[in-house]
Design a protein around this ligand. Structure first.
Ligand code: SF4
Length: 208
């Protein structure tokens, strides 16, 4: 699956809030959202009232951009969520949280989800003893995720763990930083999603 290769900060500015797409830079004064509080592009400074559709569309774009997922894959997650028993919006977020690149980010093994994606696709991760190089791989309860790689890459990932150690690991995952392993304790719940999103707007958008 592809991903958006454009400038990350532009995506945050378009949504008008920090989406934390670039790791350490997002926590500094260099963050583009703090420096230029308007949308990118020629008409970025123009402000108009959004229609209902516009509000729903922006929320969908925001969630897609946070997880680094393109439209087709995102819609597939939605269709899968809609076909699963339970609250569709919550299940949609569950699928996104369970992605292997997102798990690495949530546990501090990656600086951002994009970094997590790179760690996985460069073959540095195994799940239950088997190499996995698919960032969208969905983890499930009792999975053991290990970093298995050469010394150089391992040192980089350990440095990420050190710089993100203040970050709170969600309750559905446990981290053993000494052995560079993560255990999936349970399926994530809505409360495990720490940023502010209104997934119901996405459900309404796709139900039009
Ligand atoms: Fe977004 Fe991070 Fe860029 Fe700030 S620094 S605009 S949070 S990607």
């Amino acid at each position: 699956m592809g991903r958006d290769l454009g400038p990350d900060c532009r995506l945050c500015r378009r949504e008008g809030e920090k989406l934390f797409l670039k790791g350490a830079r997002c926590y500094t004064h260099k963050c583009a959202v703090s420096r230029r509080e308007y949308a990118p592009g020629q008409h970025g400074l123009k402000k108009g009232k959004l229609s209902n559709f516009g509000v729903q569309l922006r929320e969908k774009q925001k969630i897609k951009r946070i997880y680094g997922v393109l439209e087709t894959q995102f819609r597939n997650y939605f269709l899968k969520a809609a076909g699963t028993k339970g609250v569709t919006g919550h299940i949609l977020l569950q699928f996104l949280e369970r992605r292997l690149d997102s798990v690495l980010f949530n546990c501090g093994f990656a600086k951002s989800r994009t970094d997590g994606r790179q760690i996985v696709s460069h073959n540095h991760v195994s799940v239950n003893g088997r190499r996995v190089n698919i960032p969208s791989f969905l983890v499930k309860p009792n999975d053991i995720i290990e970093i298995k790689t050469d010394d150089k890459a391992l040192a980089n990932i350990k440095a990420n763990v050190e710089t993100t150690k203040e970050r709170k690991v969600p309750g559905w995952l446990t981290v053993d930083a000494a052995n560079m392993t993560i255990k999936v304790v349970r399926i994530p719940t809505r409360e495990d999603v720490t940023f502010t999103v209104n997934e119901q707007l996405v459900v309404e958008l796709y139900s039009r």
